[in-house]
Design a protein around this ligand. Structure first.
Ligand code: FRU
Length: 527
């Protein structure tokens, strides 16, 4: 479920070519994109100097997360490692801060952390099958040729585009759409967001769908050439008894968006986005059928959505998600931007078959000034902030011994008087990990509720919180088996304090490491 109004029907806005910089910041050398020094920022969508300055000075804009210089972004699309570089695409509207007329924005990185924006990869073609938008999809390399497989709208059909210049410009297949309609005889709730992989000499394509009253579904197709596709059968199907009431099929669970299907250790994982959440299943893939065994949430909050995975240079599975905003549409429009890409998460399989998630070690390259604290008692009721630590761009690793406490955690982005503050809380009594946002901001138009979900420590386990603060973004990894992403928008410039707390009884902080994180660009435009 996307909180924002995503009624894209009827939108036909096409961006003016004038607004796009051509290859000013990158040049293609032998199929590789070479970084040029001293180049300016991409100004597409950031039309005037004051606009640019305002964005660059906006204290709510993250400094080490990837995001476009301005305007609307949502899902990550087609992340791929190609010829020594990481390419990341994303749903993007260059015309404003609203989800219409989707394009594929494009950025490239040598290391998963530092990014350079490239020209828009895909834009709607007037009169074409993607005239109302180029929706989510994936990227593969077909006999050396990078190929994007995406959904064109409206109606929802599947299209391909190829690149002959190392992924800078893309030509759409003249025979698009390559899949013109869902399988016959089914009243589908949607038909979008293809995920393509190779087995032996054939391509397989999983696509998000569902049937009213039945549940979400993933259809499986097969092809020799990415152009002619045969429908095989359902790869996987949701359960009727897990549907929620309502009319919108994405909210009820009758439509699964953005399926991502991949091998993990000796099993397979399927990730789908539905009911406002990201659900993963781990199980066996046998004879082109997926048999899920274990299910869980890839994130306990409701700010993380529509993730996509890729294999990195080391062969590890990396997941990227869209971190959506937690403030009103008006506030987003006034800010001139909306949406952030998550940090890369390394996925592995736990001994119990559940998904394990850890921040990619490459992020450590951003670590600056370090402070360490050890063996600090935490007394309930006391409000205390660490004197020497302040910041809104921090990596924090904290290990707590719960003792007899009922709850414990960190206070972040706290004003000296505590009037603004956010708690990252493990509540042992309720068995939940939470971001408590009741006092996160004095502004009226931001989300205030607690975000989180079930999380439990074993009897003798310590609580290990690994937290990334980046302006309005909080990403939390708890004992590497639960993630919680949230948004906060403190209004005071002195809401920078860090502390810890216990409730009910004492707890103890075994160790706390804090790093100031370096920005990935000289301004907040992430270029
Ligand atoms: C998920 C989603 C996808 C769709 C895209 C459109 O957030 O709704 O299903 O392809 O966004 O932007």
């Amino acid at each position: 479920m996307t909180k924002v109004n995503k009624s894209i029907k009827g939108a036909g806005l096409t961006a003016s070519r004038r607004d796009f910089l051509t290859l000013s910041a990158a040049t293609v050398l032998g199929g590789r994109i070479a970084f040029l020094s001293g180049t300016g920022i991409r100004t597409e969508g950031v039309k005037t100097e004051p606009h640019r300055e305002r964005l660059a000075a906006d204290p709510q804009r993250p400094r080490y997360h990837l995001m476009p210089p301005a305007n609307w972004m949502n899902d990550p699309n087609g992340p791929i490692f190609f010829k020594g570089q990481y390419h990341m695409f994303h749903q993007y509207n260059p015309n404003g801060v609203f989800p219409e007329s989707m394009h594929w924005g494009h950025a490239v990185s040598p290391d998963l952390v530092h990014w350079m924006h490239l020209p828009i990869a895909l834009e709607p073609t007037p009169g074409g099958p993607d005239k109302d938008g180029c929706w989510s999809g994936c990227a593969v390399v077909d006999q050396g040729v990078p190929t994007i497989v995406y959904t064109g709208v409206f109606p929802q059909v599947q299209c391909i585009a190829r690149s002959d210049d190392g992924m800078v410009t893309w030509r759409k297949h003249p025979g698009n759409p390559v899949i013109a309609a869902p399988p016959q005889g089914m009243e589908t709730t949607g038909f979008r967001d293809p995920c393509v992989w190779r087995e032996a000499d054939e391509w397989f394509l999983a696509i998000g769908s569902g049937v009213k009253g039945q549940g979400g579904m993933v259809f499986l197709y097969r092809s020799k050439d990415l152009i002619r596709w045969d429908y095989l059968h359902l790869l996987c199907k949701g359960r009727k008894d897990e549907l929620l009431p309502g009319n919108d099929p994405v909210s009820t669970g009758e439509m699964w968006e953005c399926p991502d299907f991949f091998p993990l250790a000796d099993k397979h994982a399927l990730i789908v986005s539905t009911q406002g959440a990201v659900i993963y299943s781990v199980g066996w893939y046998v004879n082109q059928y997926f048999h899920p065994e274990v299910q869980g949430k890839a994130d306990l909050g409701d700010s993380y959505y529509a993730p996509r995975s890729m294999v990195d240079a080391k062969g590890q599975r990396i997941l990227w998600g869209w971190i959506r905003e937690g403030r009103s549409d008006e506030a987003q429009r006034a800010a001139g931007w909306s949406g952030v890409m998550s940090l890369p998460r390394v996925l592995t399989l736990g001994y119990d078959g559940t998904l394990r998630m850890a921040p990619a070690p490459e992020i450590e390259a951003l670590r600056g000034k370090h402070q360490r604290f050890e063996r600090l008692p935490i007394v309930p009721g006391a409000f205390s902030l660490l004197k020497s630590v302040r910041g809104d761009s921090l990596e924090i690793q904290a290990e707590f011994e719960p003792g007899a406490s009922e709850a414990m955690g960190l206070t972040v982005r706290s004003a000296p008087d505590g009037k603004e503050q956010t708690s990252i809380t493990y509540n042992r009594t309720s068995g939940h990990l939470l971001v408590e946002r009741e006092r996160s901001s004095l502004s009226p138009d931001v989300d205030r509720g607690s975000q989180g979900g079930p999380f439990a420590l074993a009897e003798d386990e310590t609580l290990k919180l690994h937290v990334f603060l980046d302006a309005s973004v909080i990403e939390i990894f708890a004992n590497n088996r639960a993630c919680l992403t949230s948004r906060i928008y403190p209004s005071r410039s002195d809401s920078l304090g860090l502390g810890m707390f216990a409730r009910g009884d004492k707890a103890r902080l075994r160790a706390l490491n804090v790093w100031e994180m370096q920005p990935i660009s000289p301004n907040r435009l992430t270029t």
